[in-house]
Design a protein. Structure first.
Length: 207
């Protein structure tokens, strides 16, 4: 029997254990429809300054539930990092469209405050880039509001560069206008930078 090449079936198989720099072990896997019971507490625990820059008002359970149940693996991949019975990190890879956007994808990720600076953002990004390579993506972009300094640091460390700044282009969850920063990087360069991060850090990866 010929092996399936359905992207959704390939993504369903994602489940890896990773040991972080401080020795903690976590599991990264594809998001499931029942993850609302873990995702909602994760988002509610984020500091207000982190939640205000998110695209969705994650204080509303129905919006978080829609995010976890309305999954479209053909256009959007979502992964979560789980420690015990809680989500500690969340990432999304979204294909930009058809035609001109066929080979471009956007990446978004967020890590719980107590789990930052342990390399978890790098682990999430690596999995998203792996999914991007399956989709034959050549360019990866990130769209961030100016106040998202932590996300900026992660993206710059991974090799992203700022390409555009559009002043007062988007509203945050408080309704205030914010500058939109668009960062971009070729996928092949991302692979080189992220493999360096992983090989020089204290990571252990297990299938």
């Amino acid at each position: 029997m010929e092996a399936s090449t359905n992207p959704a079936r390939e993504a369903d198989a994602i489940e890896k254990m990773v040991t972080l720099k401080d020795g903690k072990s976590v599991t990264i896997r594809r998001m499931r429809p029942d993850d609302v019971e873990l995702s909602y507490p994760f988002f509610c625990a984020l500091p207000p300054e982190d939640r205000v820059s998110l695209r969705t008002d994650v204080s509303k359970r129905n919006l978080v539930e829609r995010r976890t149940t309305e999954l479209n693996p053909e256009r959007k991949e979502r992964v979560v990092v789980v420690s015990g019975d809680e989500i500690v990190g969340d990432g999304t890879l979204e294909l930009q469209g058809h035609g001109w956007g066929d080979n471009v994808a956007e990446v978004r990720l967020i890590v719980a405050r107590p789990w930052q600076r342990l390399g978890l953002g790098t682990v999430i990004a690596r999995e998203l880039f792996h999914l991007a390579s399956r989709r034959r993506v050549d360019r990866v972009v990130a769209r961030l509001m100016r106040p998202q300094e932590g996300a900026h640091r992660i993206m710059r460390r991974l090799g992203f560069h700022e390409e555009f700044l559009i002043p007062e282009h988007v509203r945050d969850q408080d309704g205030d206008w914010q500058d939109l920063i668009i960062m971009r990087c070729p996928l092949d360069q991302l692979w080189r930078d992220i493999e360096y991060e992983l090989t020089t850090g204290d990571f252990q990866r297990h299938r």
